[in-house]
Ligand binder design. Structure first.
Ligand code: BGC
Length: 267
């Protein structure tokens, strides 16, 4: 049997440590980050650990990186893993911002091979972040439809209704005006074009207006690195639905991945 408990000494404030632990790994374009997650609180137990994403980020190279992160913690239990693409029936279907070799990869076979055949769950990165924010973060007390959007290299999306995820929504690829949403309103586009927040939020507002006209969410949660500077741009948005910054920031993907495997989620 897997021992997923942590020693009492690892609990700095002296309160009773949780034994409801999980493990998540968030695979991004620049880093593969993971950690032990307290599933009662949605917090990390100790620090996260990161290795650089290998280049080219082929399936075997990335899976080696994931195994390195897991081994760093001597974690022997189940592992949840996020990927920046669509995963259905255990197969990665798209790879907009990662090596194209992922398309058609059987991700359960791949990670099982690199992680000694243990139980894994593999899901989209934004879906994992959305699950975590909905359960423990900015969407915690919100009833009804909540949408999380991550603004980074691309735009990731997650739609949840009262805690239940509709996986693989991929709204970053929705055509808004002449282009896909992520080709005009990701934070990568802002950096590449050298746009001010004012200029960029015009694009983001247009994208959010399109989403709200189709899905009518109660709340948008803005994630991704740029949400750390949310006070500079969220007030500039002109769409109708309230937009709040993500709370879990760089742990949301890890926490959501751990939640997914603890629930046996397969998308
Ligand atoms: C991908 C999504 C991913 C998002 C954020 C998009 O380009 O298609 O699957 O969630 O980027 O990484």
């Amino acid at each position: 049997m897997t021992d997923t408990s942590v020693p009492e000494s690892s609990d700095p404030d002296g309160s009773t440590p949780s034994t409801n632990l999980g493990f998540g790994v968030d695979v991004g374009g620049s880093g593969i980050k993971g950690g032990i997650v307290d599933l009662d609180s949605g917090e990390l137990v100790g620090e996260r650990f990161k290795v650089l994403t290998p280049q080219p980020a082929t399936p075997d190279a990335v899976a080696d990186g994931v195994a390195e992160v897991v081994a760093h913690f001597d974690w022997t239990g189940p592992v949840g893993i996020t990927l920046p693409g669509v995963v259905t029936d255990g197969i990665m279907r798209t790879a907009a911002n990662i090596d194209k070799a992922w398309i058609g990869t059987d991700v359960y076979e791949l990670f099982s091979k690199h992680l000694d055949g243990r139980q894994v769950s593999v899901l989209n990165d934004a879906d994992a972040a959305g699950m975590a924010e909905d359960a423990y973060g900015a969407g915690k007390d919100v009833a009804g439809v909540v949408m999380l959007l991550t603004f980074g290299t691309g735009i990731g999306s997650a739609i949840l209704i009262d805690g239940t995820l509709v996986p693989n929504t991929e709204l970053g690829h929705l055509q808004v005006g002449k282009k896909e949403a992520e080709h005009q309103a990701s934070s990568r586009v802002r950096e590449e074009k050298g746009w001010s927040y004012e200029k960029w939020t015009e694009k983001v507002s247009e994208v959010l207006e399109t989403y709200e006209a189709l899905f009518w969410p109660k709340l948008f949660i803005a994630g991704g690195g740029i949400s750390r500077k949310s006070d500079k741009w969220i007030p500039l948005l002109t769409n109708k639905t309230p937009v709040v910054p993500a709370v879990l920031l760089n742990t949301a993907g890890i926490v959501g991945a751990a939640m997914a495997v603890s629930r046996g989620l397969k998308t």
